[in-house]
Structure formats: C-alpha cells, structure tokens
Design a protein around this ligand. Structure first.
Ligand SMILES: O=C1O[C@H](COP(=O)(O)O)[C@@H](O)[C@H](O)[C@H]1O
Length: 232
C-alpha cells in the first residue's frame, strides 16, 4: 500500500493544492472518458476545499458528484452532508454539476441504501476521485468503530454500493459506500486538519485492529495509492 503525505502550512494552502489536484483529475477523466465522477465526505473539514473547488474552471456539466457517506436525515437538515455539498460546492462554476444523493425519503434506511446503490451504479466503477475524511475516533466514511455493519462494509471482496451503519458515536443511522466502492478510486485522498487528527492518524498507522479504528483499512488495504492532505 503506497501512501503519499502532503503537508501545508495552513488550511487555505491545503484547499488550493487539493482543489488543483482534483481539478486536474476531473479534467483528465472528461478528456479520456467524456465524464467524471467524484465522491466527497461531509463533516466540518471539507468546507474550504469545497469553496475553492467550486471556483475551478472545468466542464462541470460533465461531472457527477456524490457523497462517500450520509446521515439518514432529509437534505434540509443541518446534519445533512447533502446540504453541506449543496451550500459549499454545487455553486459558482460547479453549479452545473450533477449530484446524486444517498438519502431517500423511504420507510426504512435499507430501502434508501438499495435506491442509492442503484442510482450510483454507473458512476463509481471506479470513481475518478474519492475524498475521505476521518473522525477523531478513527472512522472514515461511515465505517465507525464497532459499527453494526462494519465487517461487511470493509470486505474488499464485497459488492460496490451503499450500506447502512449504526454505531455509538455516529448519531443518526448512516448510509455509506462500501470500502470496495472507494478503495480503487483513480485518485484516493484523505483530507484531515489539525494536530489532533495527525495524532489519530499516527495512532492508526501504528496499529492493526480495524474494528477499533476503521481508517486502518484504508491505510493498509486500499487498492489505489492514498494521498493524505494535512494542515495544522
Ligand atoms: O461523520 C462524519 O465525519 C467525518 C469527519 O468529519 P469532521 O467533522 O471531523 O471533518 C466525515 O469524513 C464523514 O463524511 C462524516 O459523515
């Protein structure tokens, strides 16, 4: 497993560098295959990166954006990753990008996962770009420590698609792409900021129990090289 570490003096420099690289990757995909796909994370970290990327001059009408994971909440909830992406990425030059949500207003979360799997079947085989985040507990996407569906989610021999997840510390029930859907992205990045997250990353690199820190699956078993972007 190859890991490339990219460190920046501040969050603005990181956002610019990551937006540069992602723009190049999306433009290359459009050039090569006529369209591009990107799966992004939610949480608090990606806002500045989204704002920067939304100003980049690429053929956004040929780009499909989706989420690495989502809470089972409607898109007007302030806990929604969809709302985050709508507010900070799908605007300016990126306003013309297509967006495929993971949340659907269905009786059960399993129904929503099935619809999300179907709706995303054509765009992530593999994703041109997947940007992961990481929580202070070592979760990434919605691969939470001791999560209800963690073994299935981390099984690289499993199918592509969207799974459900419940876990202490996750808050709402979650929808998440499986590791098999993300691990072979043509550009696979982990975006983290702050000394605390660097410490968590170092702790993850030093151990092997994926149930305790699911980010270890990405660090050790992703099929694509992993580019880690960090700023204090
Ligand atoms: O729950 C989530 O958290 C992680 C990390 O979020 P952050 O606020 O610490 O940046 C995120 O990667 C994931 O997509 C999100 O659903």
């Amino acid at each position: 497993m190859t890991v490339h570490m990219h460190e920046y003096p501040d969050a603005a420099a990181l956002a610019a560098a990551l937006a540069d690289e992602v723009s190049v990757r999306l433009a290359a995909a459009i050039e090569d295959r006529g369209s591009a796909s990107i799966a992004v994370s939610g949480g608090s970290t990606p806002k500045r990166f989204f704002e920067t990327l939304s100003g980049r001059d690429i053929a956004w009408s040929k780009v499909t954006v989706t989420l690495v994971d989502e809470r089972f909440v409607p898109p007007d909830s302030d806990r929604s990753n969809h709302l985050l992406v709508k507010t900070h990425l799908l605007k300016d030059k990126a306003a013309n990008a297509a967006f495929v949500p993971l949340y659907y207003d269905t009786p059960t979360i399993d129904d929503a996962a099935a619809i999300a799997t179907e709706k995303t079947a054509d765009i992530g085989t593999p994703f041109d770009v997947a940007i992961l985040g990481m929580g202070g507990d070592g979760h990434t996407a919605s691969f939470f420590p001791r999560g209800s569906n963690l073994a299935r989610a981390l099984d690289l021999s499993g199918p592509r698609g969207v799974l459900t997840m419940q876990a202490d510390g996750a808050g709402e029930e979650r929808l998440t792409f499986s590791f098999a859907s993300l691990a072979d992205a043509r550009f696979l990045a982990l975006h983290i900021e702050g000394k605390g997250k660097k410490d968590v990353l170092n702790q993850a690199m030093a151990g092997s129990d994926e149930t305790e820190m699911p980010i270890r699956a990405v660090l050790k078993r992703a099929q694509s090289p992993l580019d880690i972007y960090w700023a204090p």
